[in-house]
Write a protein that binds this ligand. Structure first.
Ligand code: UDP
Length: 343
């Protein structure tokens, strides 16, 4: 630990793409880490390299339910709770919208109460989706958003808005010391190839010579942040003193259209995949770009990894995955941590 004190962190959603990178960074900092994940979208393969790490433990559980006894009543007293658990890709969070909404609301309430019991600091991973299809560009934290509360994205957007509400109510009532990160589009190694989001879809399709899917005319914009930058921002936010008392955007302001992204991926993979246009999903935001002024001022944070560099690293990782999948397809299973399964 930088300050010489022991950090004991609970990371929900730690088997996921961002969560597993966060765990690596916390362990590198000297922390002891327990991961809770229901493996709905997370994968134990993301944590396999930690099998013999004595400062790490994995517990399979769903945050909708009361945390398992092993976590609640174990010897470990947690100092920090990073609450990342929730499917985050539209096709995944829309597959079971009731579960998504309850993960956001009940899950966050359960973890806030747990942090309260433990006297732990709490960080909620919220999302740029709280801005909906934004009328203001780029999006500062003060913008209250334009969300369709009855649309197919609402289970996630409104769920996360409610999770923020709960978090700030716990903070206002001095029950928990809270931080809230609004995470913008993030990419990098360990994304699922079937994640359904544009970066993973396009890279995977390009590597396989499959048609590359552009939804709508491709003129909609996003701003993509490499995962190591995002994790650095999350850790700085958790460690910030005093608590900002307001949400903090974390993302890369480098905005580009989906068509631009596709052109870059096709060029860097040398793929001759065709581009096919599919219908634009309902309520798909037309543009998105974070205003990161608050993160710069409070955390001294800004992204460092250039898009080209990040896409190359991500494509290289997917190419390795592809080779591994071809060699070991029948053996891949979730039983990596059979010794420390849930109760
Ligand atoms: N998108 C696309 N092709 C795909 C997947 C997504 O054109 O194969 C589009 C999607 O409609 C959206 C943008 O890319 O406009 C980013 O989508 P993603 O699901 O990655 O993130 P989010 O919509 O949550 O920002």
């Amino acid at each position: 630990m930088k300050d010489g004190t022991a950090k004991t962190a609970l990371v929900t959603g730690g088997a996921g793409f961002i969560g597993s990178h966060l765990i690596d960074a916390l362990l590198a900092e000297g922390a002891q880490v327990v991961c809770v994940d229901n493996l709905l979208t997370g994968r134990t393969a993301n944590l396999k390299h930690l099998e013999n790490e004595s400062r790490f433990d994995f517990v399979e559980a769903d945050v909708i339910d009361r945390l398992p006894q092993k976590v609640r009543l174990g010897k470990t007293r947690f100092t920090h709770v990073y609450h990342l658990a929730c499917a985050a890709s539209p096709p995944h969070y829309q597959a079971d919208p009731e579960h998504t909404m309850l993960t956001c609301v009940l899950g966050t309430r359960n973890l806030l109460r747990f942090a309260e019991e433990q006297g732990a600091r709490f960080l909620l991973s919220s999302t740029s989706e709280v801005y909906g299809d934004p009328e203001i560009h780029p999006q500062p934290e003060g913008y209250r958003g334009w969300v369709n509360c009855t649309g197919p994205r609402a289970c996630y957007d409104e769920g996360k808005r409610a999770a923020e509400t709960l978090s700030f109510d716990f903070a206002r009532h001095k029950r928990v010391d809270v931080r809230v990160a609004r995470i913008f589009n993030t990419y990098g190694p360990r994304m699922r190839h079937d994640d359904g989001r544009v970066v993973s879809n396009v890279i995977w399709q390009a590597l396989h010579g499959e048609p590359v899917t552009v939804y709508g005319d491709g003129s909609q914009t996003r701003s993509f942040c490499y995962v190591s930058d995002l994790v650095d921002g999350l850790m700085r936010l958790m460690d910030s003193e005093p608590a900002p008392g307001a949400p903090v955007n974390l993302g890369n302001p480098n905005e580009l259209t989906v068509s631009d992204l596709v052109r870059r991926v096709l060029a860097l993979t040398g793929s001759d995949s065709q581009v096919v246009h599919l219908p634009l999903p309902v309520d798909d935001p037309r543009r998105r770009k974070p205003d990161i002024g608050r993160a710069q001022a409070i955390l001294g944070w800004e992204p460092r990894v250039q898009l080209q560099q990040g896409l190359e690293a991500t494509a290289a990782w997917f190419a390795d995955e592809q080779r591994l999948a071809a060699r070991t397809a029948p053996r891949r299973s979730r039983e990596v941590f059979s010794g420390v399964a849930a109760e």
